[in-house]
Design a binder for this molecule. Structure first.
Ligand code: PEP
Length: 330
């Protein structure tokens, strides 16, 4: 079963006081544990209600394997200089910390860079690689992003590899060619890694982030996003069937008002959140939507929720956009 993931990318925003307040507000919003398994989730309404109380259980990620329905995993990715403070601020919660970038090298003469070893040592569990801003502003290639992902895996970090097309590429009908090229670079890099990294490669998270939707207020429709996610999953599975279990999250102006429709799609396993992650209420609302979607996925016998949930919970990725849950995003 793929567990929904909500990761907040603060980008180059915040300072220590801001970070401490935001972390405290988010942790407080994900207060003491409750488990979905303690509640009735046999109908969609009950599942929603279960998810309402179960949003608290996000704080208890360690217990997820004992619950009857999945809860979302939450990660905060602050700027590097704030990582230590955020790790301290979130100590005792189950919210994890990630970084926004990493060097592909283990260590050495790379002034200004930070290695995966250092990030793991600092308390990170995740790292974003290949974000479109790094590709566009710092000329990062598909190959470099892929090498960073592999470096992260080697030190026990889960990489969140961002892929996505520009508006021009979409309008030219090149979306799948671009996504295929970006995913293939990862697969080629994985081919060369040692057995230990091979064993952990289902820990890789792919973030489908259409460049035209990042920070613009434009959002892919649920159907557009589902199509892209389905394509990516099929590409991964064609390389190695086990990679169909990788989580694929959507990023690009995900907000409280559109999260539910996106997260209802069978191949969408969460969100990478930029602007909305800087506001505790908005971020918490998206976390809740991810838990509601996860709980709905555990419901059997209901059309939309069950279709989405069955495909997701089977890890199949075989449901096409035409059979996906209806698009309901705001
Ligand atoms: C991002 O930066 O990864 C992102 C998705 O930003 P936003 O949510 O602001 O579009």
């Amino acid at each position: 079963m793929r567990r929904n993931l909500v990761a907040g990318n603060w980008k180059m925003n915040g300072a220590r006081a801001f970070a401490a307040t935001l972390c405290a507000d988010i942790a407080a919003g994900l207060s003491p544990r409750a488990t979905v398994g303690d509640t009735d989730s046999s109908t969609p309404a009950a599942a929603n209600s279960a998810a309402d109380s179960a949003v608290d259980a996000i704080a208890d990620s360690a217990a997820d394997s004992t619950t009857a329905a999945p809860v979302a995993e939450i990660v905060i990715c602050p700027p590097h200089v704030l990582i230590a403070g955020v790790v301290d601020a979130l100590a005792g919660s189950a919210i994890q910390v990630g970084a926004q970038d990493v060097d592909a090298a283990d260590d050495g003469a790379f002034t200004g860079q930070t290695s995966a070893r250092m990030l793991a040592d600092a308390g990170c569990g995740y790292v974003i690689v290949g974000h479109s801003e790094r590709r566009a502003l710092y000329a990062e290639s598909d190959e470099l992003a892929a090498r960073k992902a592999v470096a992260a895996l080697a030190f026990g970090l889960r990489p969140i590899l961002c892929v996505g097309e520009t508006r021009a590429q979409r309008e030219a009908g090149d979306t799948e060619a671009v996504l295929g090229r970006q995913v293939d670079a990862l697969l080629a890099a994985l081919d060369g890694v040692d057995a230990k990294a091979q064993a952990t490669r289902t820990e890789i998270v792919i973030a489908y982030e259409p460049v035209w939707a990042i920070g613009t207020g434009l959002t892919a429709t649920p159907a557009q996003a589902q199509d892209a996610h389905h394509f990516i999953r099929a590409r991964l599975a064609a390389f190695d069937a086990r990679l169909a279990d990788c989580r694929i999250v959507y990023g690009g102006s995900m907000k409280p008002g559109n999260a539910a429709g996106l997260l209802a799609q069978p191949d969408i396993d969460g969100g990478l959140i930029g602007g909305a992650s800087l506001n505790a209420a908005d971020f918490l609302a998206i976390c809740k939507a991810a838990t509601v979607a996860a709980a709905a996925g555990a419901v059997t016998g209901d059309a939309a929720g069950a279709v989405a949930g069955a495909a997701k919970n089977a890890g199949a990725g075989a449901t096409t956009a035409s059979t996906a849950a209806p698009a309901t995003a705001a």
